[in-house]
Design a protein around this ligand. Structure first.
Ligand SMILES: [Zn+2]
Length: 458
């Protein structure tokens, strides 16, 4: 079949390419699943097989947003333990989480994905680490929800095997065995990981955190990921309590512990990285280890402010993460652009911490980098996959702000007029095209109530 083209023109364009090229009025031409051309002014004349022409007047086109850390299942445990730090919050929620089943995980994934996709996310990720015995095919259900929503997806197959009896934080009934976790993770990679250029589904190996995972699972998990050629993900250096835990149990801080278990490298990205000293940041930079910065969750759990400006200056790849919605109830990534900028300005670098372009880069190209997909997505460049968002900036919320990138990052959450994934529309005029938002709202409410009932009886 002949190539089919979508032409978008008359919009501002922020390409987020290496030179931060922008066009005050430009065009993007999409040919099937690829970007064919990006530039100033109108699209080239004489294009054949144009199936759709979009007038982007009043809009800004950017690469689609890339989320690099989330826990979808938490969509049905939002708004609980609202005044706790990380460890107290985890201890309050583990017993509830340990009761989830496949049907709950599916509904929660639908809710999480719908909320993000509606707000311009074109690549989602889920770090799922709760696999109660007999809970069904959790990974399959989550992947199905992502396919149905239409977004690109990385499932970080998590695990926990260090429970209270081994000095860990989760209750004994909430964890898997070392052998069980490794075998199930390998099976998930074998069944679902697609390494192709336009891949819609990738799997990462993702033991949960130093305080819920044995050293052996960290070590063997890293070996498994490298044998399979997939990426590695975990939580790191999130709170002062975690740092104390590592020093007491392992005789070293989190970054040294990660290094000793094979967990620094350009195939690794870690969520949070709030409590990092200069030598920790240097180790991440030297090894190419990536960071998922989650400013709202870090604020919600009073974890602290990650040193993002120092990481960027050192050359550490940094993307943005929503984190689970039990610690970031809004579940939106476009608002994290603004929050990353604002929170980092409260840190040591003050007004020089981040600017609007840097915040947009974190949410797009930076995310693609830490997910290992920077050659395919993350910027608007000819030859890359056509994942892009057309943000509406001519309404009450933004019309009086002259600079479109400033409007997008500093202003209110902008409505999405169109988002494309692999050149296929996922959102039109603020509405999801492939899932029924109201039906998802109902099923997430029903499953949240069912979980509360089951957990209350336990
Ligand atoms: Zn997390």
């Amino acid at each position: 079949m002949a190539v089919q083209r979508i032409v978008i023109e008359n919009c501002a364009v922020a390409t987020v390419d290496a030179g931060d090229t922008e066009h005050a009025s430009g065009h993007v031409v999409v040919a099937d699943d690829l970007i064919e051309s990006v530039g100033a002014g109108k699209a080239p004349d004489g294009l054949e097989n144009v199936v759709r022409r979009v007038d982007g007047t009043g809009h800004l086109a950017t690469p689609g947003l890339v989320n690099t850390h989330h826990h979808f299942y938490q969509w049905i445990t939002r708004g609980l333990a609202t005044d706790h730090n990380l460890f107290d919050w985890l201890v309050a929620l583990y017993p509830i989480w340990a009761r989830i089943d496949e049907q709950m995980a599916y509904a929660a994934a639908q809710g999480s994905l719908a909320m993000m996709a509606r707000g311009g996310v074109t690549t989602a990720m889920d770090h799922h680490y709760v696999f109660p015995e007999g809970s069904g095919d959790m990974s399959g259900a989550i992947i199905r929800a992502a396919r149905e929503t239409g977004v690109r997806f990385t499932l970080a197959r998590g695990s926990m095997d260090r429970s209270e009896k081994d000095g860990g934080l989760p209750p004994d009934f909430a964890v898997e065995t070392l052998e069980g976790a490794l075998a199930a993770t390998e099976a998930t990679v074998d069944e679902h990981h697609d390494a192709s250029f336009a891949s819609m589904t990738q799997i990462a190996v993702a033991p949960c955190s130093p305080f819920s995972v044995s050293t052996e699972l960290m070590r063997q998990g890293a070996e498994l990921a490298r044998r399979k050629g997939v990426r590695l993900h975990t939580h790191g250096s999130e709170t002062v309590e975690e740092e104390q835990f590592c020093k007491e149990l392992f005789g070293m801080g989190p970054t040294d512990y990660f290094e000793s278990t094979g967990w620094l490298g350009e195939d690794v990205w870690m969520a949070h990285c709030v409590h990092m000293n200069d030598s920790d940041i240097a180790a991440f930079a030297r090894t190419g280890t990536g960071v998922a910065h989650c400013p709202s969750s870090n604020a919600r759990l009073a974890a602290g402010i990650a040193r993002v400006p120092d990481m960027l200056a050192a050359g550490v790849p940094v993307g943005l993460g929503v984190d689970g919605t039990a610690s970031n109830e809004s579940g939106e990534l476009h608002t994290e652009l603004r929050n990353a900028l604002l929170v980092n300005r409260l840190g040591a670098h003050r007004e020089a911490a981040l600017n609007a372009r840097q915040a947009l880069r974190l949410g797009t190209y930076g995310g693609a980098q830490v997910l290992g997909r920077a050659s395919q997505i993350g910027s608007l460049e000819a030859g890359k996959l056509a994942d892009l968002v057309l943000w509406r900036l001519d309404t009450l919320a933004h019309a009086s702000i002259a600079d479109p990138v400033t409007a997008l990052v500093f202003g209110a959450a902008a409505p999405v007029t169109l988002s494309l994934v692999n050149g296929r529309p996922v959102v039109e005029d603020g509405h999801l095209l492939h899932v029924d938002e109201d039906a998802v709202a109902r099923s997430t409410r029903d499953e949240a109530r069912r979980l509360a009932r089951i957990a209350g009886q336990a």
